[in-house]
Design a protein around this ligand. Structure first.
Ligand SMILES: C[S@@+](CC[C@H](N)C(=O)[O-])C[C@H]1O[C@@H](n2cnc3c(N)ncnc32)[C@H](O)[C@@H]1O
Length: 253
């Protein structure tokens, strides 16, 4: 195929993904239902390289939204625990974790298409086979496409803090979200969160502690930063700004 035609095709694919990260819902009388989302789609540019990687490797690494549960055994070709990471950003730390833990399967969800392209490119470079990527609102994927008691763990690293009080309703860590995650976890499955925003760390602690099915593994609220969590882009930025970091690690009873 000619270069120009290939570039156009890639642009269409990436564009479509951007447009379908959320499923439109309507009221009974047919009006669009506006949901409070934990993200605002940024218009970051997808490089030609990222687009090409996305198109070329989507059949092996990408999964599309579906309204029935994924068959993880068929997807990964084994029954190792599936670790879900929501909001992987550019995906560097997710790919590094997948490469370092071949005894686990990883599923990454991100709505920011340049991040999806970058993550796929890095996964190809590192030749990881235990990773799949989704470009869609994670709360819809959890609700519709993940079977109950099917996840070994959930990772949520540096979710958007939504600093202003009037935006706190956009924070992804809320009691209904955590209840849904718990429903999707296998017994002894984990929830690992990290943030560099103290006020959000307190909210995470409060919400996780209030769920009757979760036990905190930390003797005192937070765990020390674990070596097995690679430095993420947002964490590095937080360091530069002099922020602290809070890690929370809970287990489903
Ligand atoms: C502050 S960034 C952190 C990225 C990465 N974890 C890091 O530490 O570098 C939060 C990311 O979560 C993504 N995000 C927010 N809500 C999401 C949702 N409901 N589904 C999927 N991704 C989401 C955003 O697009 C953004 O890239």
């Amino acid at each position: 195929m000619k270069d120009k035609q290939m570039t156009d095709l890639n642009a269409v694919f990436a564009d479509q993904k951007r447009k379908t990260v959320e499923t439109a819902e309507f009221t009974e009388d047919g009006r669009y239902k506006r949901r409070v989302r934990s993200f605002v789609l940024r218009t970051g540019r997808l490089s030609d390289f990222q687009k090409n990687m996305m198109v070329e490797h989507w059949p092996q690494l990408g999964l599309d939204y579906q309204n029935t549960p994924f068959d993880f055994q068929a997807i990964y070709g084994n029954d190792k625990p599936v670790i879900l990471e929501i909001g992987f950003g550019m995906g560097k730390s997710l790919v590094e974790m997948a490469a370092a833990n071949p005894d686990k399967n990883y599923l990454g969800i991100e709505v920011h298409t340049p991040g999806v392209g970058a993550c796929i490119a890095y996964a190809v470079e590192k030749a990881v086979t235990n990773l799949r990527i989704i470009c869609h609102d994670a709360t819809e994927i959890l609700r519709d496409a993940v079977a109950d008691a099917s996840l070994g763990g959930l990772q949520l690293f540096f979710p958007d803090p939504w600093h202003k009080a009037k935006h706190h309703k956009r924070r992804i860590v809320q009691p209904p979200f955590v209840a849904q995650v718990v429903q999707k976890l296998q017994p002894n499955g984990f929830i690992h969160m990290a943030t560099d925003w103290e006020n959000y760390a307190e909210q995470m602690l409060e919400v996780l502690s209030a769920n009757p099915h979760l036990t905190n593994t930390a003797p005192q609220d937070f765990i020390p930063r674990p070596d097995f969590r690679p430095l993420t882009k947002f964490e590095a930025r937080g360091h530069r700004l002099g922020h602290g970091v809070w890690d929370l690690y809970f287990i489903k009873r």
